[in-house]
Design a protein around this ligand. Structure first.
Ligand SMILES: O=P(O)(O)OC[C@H]1O[C@H](OP(=O)(O)OP(=O)(O)O)[C@H](O)[C@@H]1O
Ligand SMILES: Nc1ncnc2[nH]cnc12
Length: 170
């Protein structure tokens, strides 16, 4: 099955010059969604994963099903002001704008093996910030998996030394 048929291309969203890769048609199709999760799980099951971390919001849509398939937990990486307890915070740049992400400061235990799952790798800023928070808490990043990689934006360059997998490359 060609999963690219389930990604909608939206020019100039959310701002002029950005070609937005919309995963909502894939999520809406039970077979395409299942196949996407199966491919992410195939990568993940080769790792000794204790917990999956996924950035808000679209990272939840792919990270949580992979976590239940792997029989491990899920830790949310959230936009500022959403988590109720003590947090660790990191700033990062996006293809459009900049932001901060937060994790609960006790969400990763020292020595835990963490797999990061997100829908899309663009500049790499979100995932680089996520790696930084996980390592600050003493976690080992054993892999990073995306549904989509936008190769022209060279996000992989920020992730040198990590095992990075993407299902679909553009
Ligand atoms: O590689 P980068 O340049 O960091 O970009 C990729 C990130 O951008 C998008 O999230 P966004 O912050 O738009 O949030 P959303 O999932 O809540 O829509 C996407 O889901 C990735 O997390
Ligand atoms: N081009 C893009 N399409 C969808 N999500 C994105 N996040 C960052 N860049 C994106």
């Amino acid at each position: 099955m060609d999963l690219k048929e389930y990604i909608a291309d939206i020019p100039d969203f959310p701002e002029p010059g950005v070609l937005f890769r919309d995963v909502t048609p894939l999520l809406a199709d039970k077979d395409a969604y299942k196949e996407a999760i199966r491919l992410l799980v195939d990568f993940a099951k080769e790792k000794d994963v204790d917990v999956i971390a996924g950035p808000e919001a679209r990272g939840f849509l792919f990270g949580c099903p992979v976590a239940t398939e792997l029989n491990c937990g899920f830790v949310p990486v959230r936009k500022p002001g959403k988590l109720p307890r003590k947090v660790v915070t990191k700033s990062y740049d996006l293809e459009y704008g900049s932001n901060e992400i937060q994790m609960h400061s006790d969400s990763i235990q020292p020595g835990q093996n963490v797999l990061i799952v997100d829908d899309l790798l663009a500049t790499g800023g979100t995932v680089q910030a996520t790696v930084s928070l996980i390592e600050q808490m003493g976690g080992n990043v054993v892999g990073i998996a995306f549904l989509i990689e936008l190769e022209a934006l060279k996000g992989r360059k920020l992730l040198t030394g990590y095992d990075v997998y993407s299902v679909l490359k553009y």
